[in-house]
Design a protein around this ligand. Structure first.
Ligand SMILES: [Ca+2]
Ligand SMILES: [Ca+2]
Length: 474
């Protein structure tokens, strides 16, 4: 609220005309997460102190896990009636660029929904139910990294159209309201996603070098990846020595990510020998996002060092996600005290040094022991009737790793983003390991060669890659 006020204040100062008529864009100060758990969040679109929509779940009296959006007052949201015999409405998930206005002709089957439209007073973002042991999900947002809900904000006796961006990348009903915008001019249509300010100069600088040749060519970039992989010497993920740490994967366009992979490949090819001699850290960002969630029956094999031998498997099964080490590999866990069995993966914070004695970090930490563990894996996060289980909620955590390769043991870390405070889902952002055996590594640490050589290396590599790829583009 405060930030929003400050933002509006800034706009008043810097662009009074834009304020008088135009699109107002708002990024909430606190992330607005949702999941099929008890919660209620009021959204005040225009920051006037009057809530305009309520996001909550599960709706009272319903037997499924659902999340709904209720328009308050005279506000409305674009929704699609459920097919008979079901009752109710589903919030429409619009693509970027969809026109939101009084006429909804271009949006098949959709209509404006307000709290007088039916007996419920809300439309579903999504719902999950277990039918014959199978999870069934309804709603239009599940599995969409970015989609828009269109709304009509009614104030000063007029309609003001706008959009809410929702990120719900997994096929579950859990996600986040990212931001929103609305037309301050009455009765003026808005395009979904329109009105977001250009990224700041600093961000463009960071991305600029890598993206200089490939921006806007995401589709082509993907096609060339197999060729580049041969240079990287790894199957399907990038590995290498990174000069810096990305603040977030999602903040980096795919093209820039890909370019970085190319840079890493070259850096590895050219400088691996000397880097190894110093003892160094290899940092890996997976090429494909590794998501996990409570209702996805899937496993993801993780080959930390790209040698073709799977080191860990991330197992998502009904209700929980687990980490399974292979061979003599292990990770830092919190063993459950008897009479309970098993363990939870320990949530290391940045800077915790992964070392032979995890209890030095916390007395309850220990290495996972597959010779005595009854399951063979450790729990990352789960949801059950008692609530959330495990430690991977509410932000970034690290897993401390010890893995074996070629008869030697190496320490490493894995970074996991678990955005929700109580819904067990998230993403493995990346991992790193020490290339010198038996050498402790601080969680979150990435390679730090000497500044000068780093600059030379990255400059040379970037130049080479740029030229190579720009030429091949022609
Ligand atoms: Ca309001
Ligand atoms: Ca491996």
């Amino acid at each position: 609220m405060w930030a929003q006020g400050a933002f509006l204040g800034l706009m008043l100062v810097s662009g009074a005309t834009a304020m008088a008529q135009g699109i107002i864009h708002v990024t909430p100060q606190q992330p607005i997460y949702y999941g099929p758990n008890q919660f209620q969040t009021s959204i005040d679109i225009n920051g006037d102190g009057v809530p305009d929509f309520t996001l909550f779940g599960p709706a009272p009296g319903t037997s499924v896990d659902n999340v709904v959006l209720a328009p308050l007052g005279d506000n409305s949201v674009i929704a699609i009636p459920e097919p008979p015999p079901d009752l109710g409405y589903l919030v429409a998930a619009l693509n970027q660029g969809t026109s939101i206005g009084s006429s909804l002709d271009p949006i098949l089957g959709a209509q404006w929904y307000n709290n007088q439209t039916d007996q419920f007073g809300y439309a579903l973002i999504g719902a999950m139910a277990t039918i014959d042991n199978q999870i069934s999900v309804i709603g239009y947002f599940a599995g969409q990294p970015s989609a828009y809900a269109g709304f009509d904000l009614y104030y000063n006796g007029a309609n003001h159209y706008g959009w809410l961006q929702i990120a719900n990348p997994l096929p579950v009903v859990a996600g986040q309201v990212v931001d929103w915008a609305y037309e301050s001019s009455a009765n003026t249509p808005i395009l979904a996603g329109a009105g977001v300010p250009e990224p700041g100069a600093a961000v463009q600088l960071v991305l600029g070098l890598a993206g200089v040749c490939w921006s806007g060519r995401n589709g082509h970039g993907n096609q060339r990846m197999p060729h580049q992989r041969r240079h990287a010497g790894s199957n399907d993920r990038r590995s290498g020595v990174l000069p810096g740490r990305p603040s977030s994967m999602t903040a980096t366009p795919k093209a820039a990510m890909w370019a970085r992979g190319a840079v890493l490949a070259l850096m590895l090819a050219l400088f691996t020998g000397s880097a190894r001699a110093q003892g160094t850290i290899v940092y890996v960002v997976p090429q494909q996002p590794i998501y996990y969630g409570p209702v996805i029956d899937q496993s993801t094999d993780i080959d930390l060092n790209g040698d073709g031998v799977v080191d860990y498997t991330l197992i998502s099964q009904f209700g929980e996600t687990d980490l399974q080490p292979h061979g003599q590999n292990s990770m830092v866990v919190v063993p459950e005290p008897p009479p309970d069995y098993g363990s939870f993966v320990a949530p290391l914070v940045e800077g915790d040094v992964v070392n032979p004695t995890p209890s030095s970090l916390n007395p309850v930490f220990a290495w996972f022991d597959s010779s005595t563990d009854p399951f063979g894996y450790s729990l990352i996060a789960a949801m059950n009737t008692a609530g959330p289980l495990g430690y991977f909620f509410d932000g970034i955590h690290y897993v401390g790793l010890e893995f074996e390769s070629g008869g030697n043991f190496y320490y490493g870390w894995m970074e996991i983003d678990s955005p929700s405070p109580d819904v067990a889902y998230g993403q493995v952002l990346g991992w790193a390991y020490e290339t010198t055996p038996n050498t402790p590594i601080p969680a979150g640490a990435v390679p730090e060669p000497s500044t000068l050589s780093l600059l030379l290396i990255s400059g040379a590599a970037l130049w080479l890659v740029r030229n190579r790829l720009c030429q091949s583009e022609r």
